[in-house]
Design a protein around this ligand. Structure first.
Ligand SMILES: N[C@@H](CCOP(=O)(O)O)C(=O)O
Length: 427
């Protein structure tokens, strides 16, 4: 499979090159040349397949013959190694919990998949690869964990100082080995911009790639969740509406890819916090990125979502077509807290702030009688311990995955501008 840059000024390239480069030379993100729907028979009989088989069917055309089948299957087995349960919230809504992996956020799947692809492509190569990643909270920990000890790979994580939760910070600053954290005086968009600038800087001779969802190997495996949820809910015979808490819009974009592959999904809701660039775009058709604002759902504090350009491409850059299958609404922190309380009072379910925004998205959309709504629980409530315990009358137990890092010592290098990142990379 070949990929083209969405800035259309770089040559098309292979899966391997797109993974190894992360971003095209023209600063565009990569997009597959073709998307071939899976067979109707496969979709209609999906309940007869294991999650590993489903993931393989979903991803194989995007990898092509660049990774042998047996190795791709092994990569999938190591990636899809935990559960993705659906928890009923009320008669027509369920929470799809994506947080049962090693860092308790949905990013674990893409991070592990990409780390293994990169290790495969890097075999026998003397030159080390530096993976740059910007995080507003969850990507950093997942990438640190997924790439820890990967041969020939060094990871540099940029995160906005004071704008990630304490547990998220521990996850990305305490592992050591081939993982380095840079604590940036700025917001997530500054971190993302610094990463993109480094790619174009010809003075940096290190081989760079990205482990944000701009990288196709981080982005595409996120399709799997939608297939797994469909398999679990198929017997309900209802039309599915997914509400995805959205920051960099990679997850919802992967859901739309799953729909393009033939998964019968009725509608997508991109639920955001007050970082409302996309909801505003749907109203007036003008895309105006803004500096991100800090909220209690910090992993979504993104003012210029990298993947929205892919979503527009999936709808042929036509606003009306996009609006027929996709809505986007924004919610304040007060609304988020109120909703956490409401969900808890009505069902006893402890939603994290991101999940609560997802739930609000379904409510605002207004499910019709024959529809069933799924909101994605993108991270475990423990990752937002203070907010959850301040808002709900609960004491959150600290799971084993978090116990492992919680008392470790933070090690981070301060960075106030691109100059500091460059100096670090040129060392
Ligand atoms: N929500 C993210 C921001 C980066 O998103 P990504 O999916 O492109 O890595 C985070 O938690 O860091």
């Amino acid at each position: 499979m070949n990929y083209y840059s969405l800035h259309h000024k770089s040559p098309n390239t292979t899966f391997k090159n797109a993974v190894v480069q992360g971003l095209a030379k023209d600063r565009g993100i990569y997009f597959p040349e073709n998307i071939t729907p899976l067979s109707k028979e496969f979709i209609e009989n999906i309940e007869n397949y294991t999650n590993h088989e489903i993931a393989y069917e979903a991803i194989k055309q995007f990898v092509g013959d660049e990774i042998p089948t047996s190795i791709l299957k092994e990569i999938i087995e190591k990636t899809v190694s935990f559960d993705f349960p659906l928890v009923t919230i009320d008669e027509n809504i369920a929470s799809l919990e994506l947080f049962h992996g090693p860092t308790m956020a949905f990013k674990d799947v893409g991070a592990k998949f990409m780390a293994q692809c990169l290790e495969y492509f890097n075999q026998g190569n003397e030159e080390e690869v530096t993976v740059l990643v910007a995080t507003s909270g969850d990507t950093g920990g997942a990438v640190a964990n997924g790439f820890l000890g990967a041969k020939g790979v060094n990871v540099v994580i940029l995160y906005p100082s004071g704008k990630v939760s304490d547990i998220q910070e521990k996850q990305l600053t305490t592992l050591g080995q081939n993982i380095t954290a840079l604590e940036v005086d700025g917001v997530f968009d500054d971190c993302q911009e610094m990463v993109k600038t480094a790619f174009l800087d010809e003075e940096i001779t290190k081989k760079l790639t990205s482990a944000n969802s701009i990288n196709i190997a981080r982005w595409l495996p996120q399709m799997f969740y939608f297939f797994f949820a469909y398999k679990a809910l198929k017997s309900k015979n209802k039309e599915l509406v997914f509400s995805v808490p959205s920051g960099n819009f990679g997850n919802i974009c992967a859901g739309i890819m799953a729909q393009k592959l033939g998964l019968p999904i009725k509608h997508f809701v991109a639920a955001t916090n007050v970082n409302d660039t996309v909801p505003n775009f749907l109203v007036d058709g003008v895309y105006t990125p803004k500096p991100s604002k800090a909220t209690i759902s910090n992993a979504m504090d993104v003012g210029n979502p990298s993947n929205f350009i892919r979503i527009r491409e999936l709808f042929n850059n036509d606003l009306e077509t996009l609006k027929s299958a996709f809505s986007s609404y924004s919610f304040t922190d007060d609304e988020t807290r109120e909703t956490m309380k409401k969900i808890y009072d009505n069902s006893g379910y402890v939603a994290d702030p991101h999940g609560a925004v997802g739930y609000l998205g379904l409510k605002k959309y207004g499910l019709k009688e024959n529809e069933f709504g799924v909101f994605l629980e993108t991270a475990h409530p423990v990752k937002f311990l203070d907010v959850v315990e301040e808002t709900l009358p609960v004491k959150v137990e600290i799971p084993e995955q978090i116990q492992k890092v919680i008392n470790n010592k933070k090690v981070a290098i301060k960075a106030s501008s691109y100059k500091d990142l460059k100096a670090y990379l040129m060392k």
